[in-house]
Design a protein around this ligand. Structure first.
Ligand code: ATP
Length: 300
């Protein structure tokens, strides 16, 4: 009988892994048009996380052999540090995040977390260490409590409540007649873009990963909501190693390092002030954005 159940157990495990994976990769990783081809190395060990220092060491990558997307990208984010990646559309920003999640393997070079090449560790331990707050959050047709608890299997009510408050959506939920039991989705409550993002933040708080990828929303939130969400994100990023994929410059001026990616190469890397002083691509992008927003260039 045990022999009969073992495959069923396996199936359950595979199902849970895929389900968790779907959530993590949703939106950002366009799962449907990509095949997962990555397997654990036979001697793969669990990732041992200390401070989650992240290193990209001369990383090259191509989706198609004839077109290289990353052409030798190197950077180091120390434990608890923040790196914002900016650059024109198609420069390879999201590709960096996909490689870190090991959705694909690098063609050459290495990605290290606390000194361990991510190809040598189990994918489940790697993905457990990384939280993603995507641009568009997928919600299930279920209760809002379930949608938050999704961040960590078996999370109890108190933990869900704490995460909701951490993401500044707790009071809103508790003001609903059915509270955490309120249905969301197709037939239930329709959440705004900002509220959905808060659900994603709450999930991430429950998962409590040492490494965070923030895919900044391009969709317009009203500026007050946006400021509030950025404040929340800043506070959860404060204790974690964080990579922000930035579509607007105004939100990332405070990052420890800003990496300017252009055509798959690191054009510049430094703080906001350093890059402005340099008068290169970042300074140009900053000036252009300021003009578009009808503001004067204010480096502060
Ligand atoms: P954006 O700011 O527009 O989101 P990005 O800098 O994040 O752009 P990436 O999504 O990393 O850019 O894409 C970099 C390049 O790789 C693009 O030219 C894109 O067309 C190509 N690319 C992305 N995903 C795939 C894929 N699955 N297969 C083939 N090419 C891809």
């Amino acid at each position: 009988l045990a022999q009969l159940f073992r495959p069923l157990d396996m199936l359950g495990m595979v199902y849970r892994t895929i389900r968790q994976g779907l959530i993590d990769m949703s939106a950002m990783f366009r799962l449907i048009d990509t095949q997962a081809e990555i397997a654990d190395a036979p001697d793969a060990r669990p990732l041992a996380v200390r401070g989650a220092e992240l290193v990209f060491d001369d990383v090259r990558f191509a989706y198609d052999p004839e077109r290289e997307i990353l052409k030798g990208v190197s950077f180091r984010v120390p434990s608890g540090g923040t790196l914002a990646i900016v650059g024109p559309s198609g420069s390879g920003k999201s590709t960096i995040a996909r490689l870190l999640f090991r959705f694909f393997d690098v063609s050459s070079g290495r990605i290290l977390i606390d000194g361990q090449d991510i190809r040598t560790v189990t994918q489940s331990s790697l993905r457990a260490a990384i939280g993603i707050v995507p641009q568009d959050t997928v919600l299930f047709n279920d209760t809002i409590g379930y949608n938050i608890a999704y961040g960590r299997e078996g999370a109890d009510e108190a933990a869900v409540r704490a995460a909701a408050h951490g993401a500044a959506i707790g009071s809103f939920i508790e003001s609903l007649p059915e509270g955490y039991a309120s249905e969301v989705g197709e037939r239930g409550l329709k959440l705004s873009g900002g509220e959905k993002q808060r659900v994603a933040i709450a999930r991430t708080l429950l998962k409590n990963p040492p490494l965070l990828i923030l895919d900044e929303a391009t969709s317009a939130l009203d500026s007050r909501t946006e400021t509030e969400i950025l404040d929340t994100l800043e506070s959860i990023a404060a204790t974690r190693t964080t990579i922000t994929i930035a579509h607007r410059l105004s939100t990332i001026a405070g990052a420890d390092q800003i990496l300017v990616l252009d055509g798959g190469e690191v054009r510049e890397i430094g703080t906001h002030e350093e890059l402005l002083a340099k008068g290169g691509l970042y300074a140009e992008m900053w000036a252009r954005q300021a003009v578009e927003q009808g503001e004067t260039v204010d480096p502060a």
